[in-house]
Every structure is written in structure tokens, then in C-alpha cells.
Design a protein around this ligand. Sequence first.
Ligand SMILES: [Zn+2]
Length: 74
Amino acid sequence: MKRQSYLITALLLSFISLNATQFTKVYICKSPTSYSYHKGYCEGLKRCTHNIDSVTVQEAKTMGKDHPCGYCYR
Ligand SMILES: [Zn+2]
């Protein structure tokens, strides 16, 4: 019984962390030629000449910015 409850807890935790990724705030450059999202104010984002917006990963993906930035997510 103890082992079973451990498994359920582990499953639950992985489910929560999976969801958390979807709601993590990221930064996007609102340039039409930008296809990535950023974890923070990195080298790539500094080059942005358009407005910078803070959105969730989910929102960034629906905007077509579905690539994690090479500087932030290496
Ligand atoms: Zn970046």
C-alpha cells in the first residue's frame, strides 16, 4: 500500500510540474520575424527592436513563437 501511494504522489507531482511549464511566464519580441520565446532578458532579446511582451509559454506558442531561445534554453 505504501508503494502505491508513493506512485500516485509521483504521478501527481509530474502532472503539476508539466502544467506549470505551460503557465510559466516568458518574454517574446513582438517582431514578425521572431519565432522564439525567452526565459529572461538575454542577448537575443536585447536585439529586439520591437515591443517586448510577457506571456505564458502557451500564449507564445499560439503567436507562432514556439522555439525556445538558443541563449536562454541551452
Ligand atoms: Zn533568450
